[in-house]
Design a protein around this ligand. Structure first.
Ligand code: FAD
Length: 349
């Protein structure tokens, strides 16, 4: 029978590593189980041209600064390399590829069933991100009749397969704007948005957003009210600024459904397209927790900070604002990870 670990962290992306960093500092026994073939979490799967919203200086996990300073906006490969170095530097205890399939809570011990056998622990940290749970199809009609190709932004890698094609890009978030910016140089693009795209001012980057989130966090902690600066959604990274200069940041009304040869919009207009890319977001990849006595609501469970309100010894890290301000960012997850490690230390003692 394998030993019972103090903590098993499920997921070895930036969130799992940040928690491991603090547990290691406290001398707590932990093991990360990660489904990827190598380091980097979901950064391994993003499109090739992706650049971070914040400079390297403001894109670091606790303890080790990412190289590049305040003027370098890292690429996805910079992040993967950084996370690989981070793992090596702190000798992070990680096993991969190990896919966790189910988790049970029996006699105060977690039993973790994976494709590589079973593991056991007194507590678990769920840090599995959102990438594996792409929100592919909003409610649209007649998808079965469309003769073209349909994909989610999570499958988009680079523009070559789209050259000369007519492509509909659905969604007014950052993924939609950035994929539009890239594809509009190679394809006929149609940008379909449910709402008016909301652009942030040009000077606003991830650092600025993090500062606003931090001010909100501090104000709430002190019971004060704070209205963050009026921020929209789309960060004006260089590729999106370039698209604006080329006049291609034009959007059409929401999609109603498919036709045989394309898409139909809510205003009744129709467009023939070869490919439809849904940039419609993600939700927490936590289906493997479904055997636990937790109430799931829209791919979330009930937490106070990162700690489950329903089950002792369970923490959820890195999923976005419901698990801590800015916790889905490199710079922001450190704060959640530190608080989590303090709570785990108390729990284990
Ligand atoms: P992930 O990176 O998704 O890691 C989760 C890990 O868990 C993965 O390795 C996965 O394989 C593993 N896993 C999942 N399920 C299982 C399972 N059942 N068993 C075992 N392992 C499992 N953030 C920034 O800070 N700055 C940015 O500029 C920025 N830009 C972004 C741009 C785009 C287009 C997108 C989509 C995201 C961006 N982000 C940015 C957000 C950031 O990439 C993610 O929030 C971050 O990767 C989340 O880290 P994580 O460790 O929580 O999850």
């Amino acid at each position: 029978m394998k030993k019972i670990h103090d903590v098993i962290i499920i997921g070895g992306g930036q969130s799992g590593l940040a928690v491991a960093y603090y547990l290691r500092r406290k001398g707590i026994d932990y093991l990360i189980l990660d489904a990827e073939e190598g380091p980097g979490g979901s950064w391994r799967h993003y499109w090739e041209s992706l650049r971070l919203f914040s400079p390297a200086q403001w894109s670091s996990l606790p303890g080790k600064l990412m190289q590049g300073g305040i003027s370098h906006y890292p690429s996805k490969n910079d992040v993967i390399n950084y996370l690989e170095t981070y793992e090596r530097h702190y000798k992070i205890n990680i096993e991969r590829p190990v896919l966790v399939e189910k988790v049970y809570y029996e006699n105060k011990v977690y039993r973790i069933v994976t494709n590589k056998g079973e593991f056991r622990s007194w507590s678990i940290v769920s840090a599995t991100g959102t990438f594996r749970n792409a929100e592919i199809f909003p409610e649209v009609e007649h998808q079965d009749i469309f003769e073209g190709e349909v994909l989610h932004s999570s499958s988009y890698v680079e523009p070559t397969p789209f050259i000369g094609k007519r492509v509909a890009i659905i969604g007014e978030g950052n993924s939609g704007a950035q994929i539009l910016a890239e594809l509009s140089q190679h394809s006929d693009t149609f940008w379909i948005t449910k709402d008016e795209p909301d652009y942030l001012p040009d000077h606003v980057d991830g650092k600025y957003l993090f500062d606003a989130a931090s001010q909100l966090y501090e104000a709430k902690r002190k019971g004060k009210s704070f209205i963050p600066p009026s921020l929209g959604h789309i960060v004006m990274v260089p590729s999106v600024k370039d698209a604006r200069a080329r006049g291609v940041l034009k959007h059409l009304p929401a999609m109603k459904g498919f036709t045989k040869t394309g898409i139909k919009l809510i205003d009744g207009s129709e467009y023939d397209v070869d490919i439809v890319i849904f940039c419609t977001g993600f939700s927490a990849s936590i289906d493997y927790l479904k055997e636990l006595p937790l109430a799931f609501r829209h791919h979330k469970v009930d937490t106070r900070g990162t700690k489950s309100r329903e089950l002792p010894g369970l923490w959820m890290v890195g999923y976005g604002s419901w698990t801590g301000f800015a916790s889905a960012t490199l710079i922001g997850v450190g704060r959640s990870a530190k608080a989590t490690s303090n709570e785990i230390a108390e729990f284990l003692s």
